[in-house]
Design a binder for this molecule. Structure first.
Ligand SMILES: [Zn+2]
Length: 215
């Protein structure tokens, strides 16, 4: 693969030399399999805002979080096997806001991590979440986990398209902000490689079991 163009949001790769099904597998894996971080669970301690808990939780769950793939495991694949999670599969945040005598707007930047050494944070701090009138208050605990787009679209890492231009095949990848585009491609390549190895091992096992034909 050759890089044709790259910036912080997107990357275009020339995949003409790649078998077409492999390029397409990369595209699909970027959309469905590359893990990203989003809020999976919310504990509402207080909510006197005009928004119901469900609507507020839904809004918050759609925020892309800057994703730390090197220090965290996908929840279902973590060795802790605990529903509550451990420090390798969950990052805890709090969202506390209160309007005193003036109305206020609560933004994604008001979401604060419990541990200050984490690089996980809302990708964009300027997403308005809810407006509070005087004396309204929200207090929430947020549990951010690694997940995959095939489980819920909120974890979809970005978009990926394969197209032909001047007799070259190009793979265009755009990030929603969770991960740098180059990392999305590298992670997808790693996942595809693992899958191919699994299929290879499975086939070998199957062939070993096949009774020898008498000829
Ligand atoms: Zn865990």
């Amino acid at each position: 693969m050759k890089i044709v163009a790259e910036d912080s949001e997107s990357i275009t790769l020339d995949v003409s030399d790649l078998p077409h099904p492999l390029a397409n597998a990369l595209r699909r894996v970027i959309i469905r399999e590359v893990p990203t971080m989003a809020v999976e669970e919310i504990l509402v301690i207080e909510n006197s805002s005009p928004m119901t808990n469900e609507v507020l939780a839904h809004r918050i769950s759609l925020i892309p979080f800057i994703t730390d793939l090197d220090n965290f495991n996908v929840a279902e694949e973590c060795s802790c096997q605990s529903r509550l999670g451990c420090e390798k599969c969950v990052v805890r945040f709090v969202l506390r806001a209160e309007a005193t005598d003036q109305p206020i707007t609560v933004y994604s930047r008001d979401i604060k991590p419990e541990r200050h050494d984490t690089k996980v944070a809302p990708f964009d701090g300027n997403i308005p979440l809810v407006a509070l009138a005087p004396r309204q208050k929200i207090e929430l605990e947020l549990y951010v986990r690694l997940g995959r787009g095939r489980k819920h679209a909120k974890w979809q890492s970005g978009i990926a398209t394969l197209y032909e231009e001047n007799s070259r095949w190009l793979l265009y990848v755009e990030s929603y902000g969770f991960l740098p585009p180059r990392r999305m491609v590298l992670e997808a390549a790693r996942i595809v490689k693992t899958r191919i190895e699994e299929i290879g091992a499975g086939l070998k096992e199957l062939m070993a079991r096949e009774p020898q034909s008498a000829g």
